[in-house]
Design a protein around this ligand. Sequence first.
Ligand SMILES: [Zn+2]
Length: 93
Amino acid sequence: MSISYLRPIKCRITVFDKLMICRFCSNDVFIPYEMLINVEQPGVGCLYGHDLAVCQHCGEVNHFSDPSGFDNDKDIFVWALKQYAVDEDETDE
Ligand SMILES: [Zn+2]
């Protein structure tokens, strides 16, 4: 299953409600991209989602993974990632 529900817009991203920050400059505004790597045969579901977030302050690419998954204790699927759109002029607060 693909995890490509992050939109490529300027945003803040949380992982289990923890704000993701740039590991180079500690800023928290990114544009996320998903890179799909097709591992064997097309259409068989061997796509690896590889998530990138480009820091809007220093421009560095931060790699992250999506820890979403099924919570067996609660018997529900838990989405780990949330994104919050950031206005264009809000970037330098
Ligand atoms: Zn940065």
